[in-house]
Design a protein around this ligand. Sequence first.
Ligand SMILES: [Zn+2]
Length: 67
Amino acid sequence: MNTVIITKKAKCPSCDERIPIGGRLMLHQLVTCSNCEEDLEIVKLNPVILDFPYYGDDEEIFWEDDY
Ligand SMILES: [Zn+2]
């Protein structure tokens, strides 16, 4: 097993603090801000962008399939 543990920093949209996110990162993974304890969702990887999980009712998420 080859597991790479990485820690990245991403800006919290709630408190503007750059919070460390460790472990295996997946798109749409839910994380909690260590500063303001807001629940956030990873909406982009490389760089990691956080957003509110239920932000924007009529925004659709398109999966990028490279098959
Ligand atoms: Zn925060």
